[in-house]
Design a protein around this ligand. Structure first.
Ligand code: GLU
Length: 528
């Protein structure tokens, strides 16, 4: 076990999986993969007030969605388990016994009130409180034991060796780092109720799980010298540490809610792809060669190394993420696009559904604002209706992909961009497009629509995008019209606006009956 890399991601289930945590998870995962090592997921649930099962589930789901498969941990188990700290209490008790035997800890009977009073006195005197003053450090052991036996509440503190030189280590990212031992007070390892403190539990777990590299956010840097003292007290080897710089928003401030979405599932719900997220997050503080931006999981997993992690704070640039996501959408498999687009395609489908049924032209008043696409959560019936549709005609759904593959930066855009595919036989007409393309051109636009309708109504004509487009385009000359003036009215009649996905590819996917009905409804609506 000693030669193989073992790393862990150790979230506390006190909230969702945030972007920073996901980045830490990715670095650990990629490092394990690159080194042929083991990636462990450990849940640090010792804060009973803030840890919840719901958060555990959310974190596991976010990890799975990102595709960060762990080799040991919840659900998969492993030899070093259990992987929830609350189930490891006996290991902390054992470690405390070992420290007692080694004379490295002492019981402290100072009450919280005593300590608060000392802190306040220091503050009142204008001095900085320097931590615990060691009142119980030199209690006579027999006396201490007597007080323990008498049931007096006590914590266990680490007896920091006062003759220890600077606590030095070589951080894999920051390089040689050291902290003076003088600033380390005798920290509590085990609380009055017997529970371990964060630093103690982490060291016990990392040691018992054979962790070789601790890769985590640099908000933990100040904990590292304390943890090193605990390793030394236990007589255990110290792992390699790698601390990751902060992630900043575009304004240079620490990434937070102020900057918008921060949790992984928010990004999922906004239409980002797991592959794009992993690629983007892997580049927050690491680079392959300083240039390459798009790289597959396989590349990240084979090429990841600690020496290419930068000390510089990483900037979370959402414009770049959007762009990158668009690149991934362009390359993805159509069936996968359908699978991942379910929430938005279902919504587009549901938005079209009532119009099909009622066949009411939805914008009778041209001055009224265009109806908004429903953003309410879908009902179970709506989702079921969509799933039935999808099951009945999967090829239709896959054929939607090329319509938007180069136009979407996020899967969620499919809802708006493709809604018209579900509207027939009536179309939600965009007011601006109607004015500009149909009303302004008046009779000429009507003429163009009527001519195209005739082509589309001709049953002898093959129903394919290429043939229909060629025949419609051929109308330009006899009608003495620019192509734009000829085809834009048709686009508005079929899709509702001027900026829709490719027109004839869309027409091919709709039925002739639907297409003609859309044209008729639009003509009746606008020119009657
Ligand atoms: N549970 C800690 C956290 O969520 C991480 C501990 C560690 O990585 O050492 O911040």
């Amino acid at each position: 076990m000693a030669d193989t890399v073992r790393v862990r991601f150790a979230p506390s289930p006190t909230g969702r999986l945030h972007i920073g945590g996901a980045r830490t998870a990715i670095f650990n995962w990629a490092f394990a993969r690159a080194m042929g090592g083991t990636f462990i997921l450990r849940i640090e649930d010792t804060d009973p007030e803030r840890s919840t099962q719901e958060n555990v589930d959310v974190i596991l789901n976010a990890m799975k969605w990102l595709g960060l498969n762990w080799d040991e941990g919840p659900e998969v188990g492993g030899e070093a388990g259990p992987y929830f700290q609350m189930q490891r209490m006996h290991t902390y008790t054992e470690a405390l016994e070992r420290l007692k035997e080694r004379g490295a800890v002492y019981p402290c009977f100072c009450s919280k009130e005593d300590l608060d009073a000392k802190r306040k006195a220091a503050e009142d005197a204008g001095q900085a409180y320097e931590g615990y003053d060691g009142t119980c450090r030199d209690l006579d052991p027999a006396e201490a034991q007597r007080r323990i036996d008498a049931g007096e509440p006590h914590v266990w503190r680490l007896k920091v060796p006062r003759d220890h030189g600077p606590i030095a280590f070589t951080d894999a990212v920051y390089g040689p780092t050291s902290f003076p031992v003088e600033v380390m007070d005798d920290m509590i390892l085990v609380r009055t109720d017997g529970s371990p403190t964060y630093n103690f539990a982490v060291v016990c777990d990392d040691a018992n799980m054979g962790i070789t590299h601790v890769i985590r956010g640099d908000d933990h840097l100040s904990n590292t010298p304390r943890q090193i003292l605990i390793y030394e007290a236990l007589g255990l080897p110290v792992p390699t540490f790698a601390h990751l710089s902060m992630i900043l928003g575009p304004d240079g401030k620490k990434l937070s809610k102020r900057h918008g979405a921060t949790s992984v599932e928010e990004y999922r719900d906004r239409g980002f792809l797991p592959d794009a997220m992993v690629n983007f997050l892997a580049l927050l503080g690491w680079s392959l060669d300083g240039e390459t931006t798009i790289m597959s999981r396989d590349t990240i997993c084979s090429e990841f190394s600690l020496d290419r992690i930068t000390k510089k704070d990483a900037i979370f640039d959402e414009t770049k993420l959007n762009w990158m996501n668009g690149q991934y959408i362009q390359k993805m498999d159509a069936a996968e696009w359908v699978r991942l687009s379910r929430p938005w395609l279902a919504r587009a489908h549901a938005a079209g559904y009532p119009y099909v049924q009622t066949a009411v032209v939805p914008t009778p008043d041209k001055n009224a604002p265009a109806p908004e696409i429903e953003l309410e959560p879908l009902t179970d019936e709506q989702l079921a209706a969509y799933d039935d549709e999808l099951a009945a005609q999967p090829a239709f759904y896959e054929a939607l992909y090329p319509l938007v593959a180069e136009r979407e930066q996020r899967l969620s855009e499919g809802e708006e961009k493709l809604a018209y595919m579900f509207w027939g036989p009536c179309v939600l007409l965009d007011e601006k497009s109607v004015k500009k393309v149909l009303l302004k051109e008046g009779a000429r636009a009507e003429e163009a629509l009527a001519a195209c309708r005739e082509v589309l109504a001709d049953e002898s004509c093959e129903w394919s995008a290429a043939v229909l487009e060629e025949k419609c385009r051929a109308l330009a000359e006899p009608l003495d019209m620019k192509l734009k003036n000829l085809l834009q009215p048709l686009r508005v009649a079929i899709c509702g606006n001027m900026v829709s996905p490719p027109l004839f590819e869309s027409i091919e996917l709709l039925s002739r009956e639907d297409v003609l009905a859309r044209i008729d409804a639009t003509m009746a609506e606008v020119f009657a």
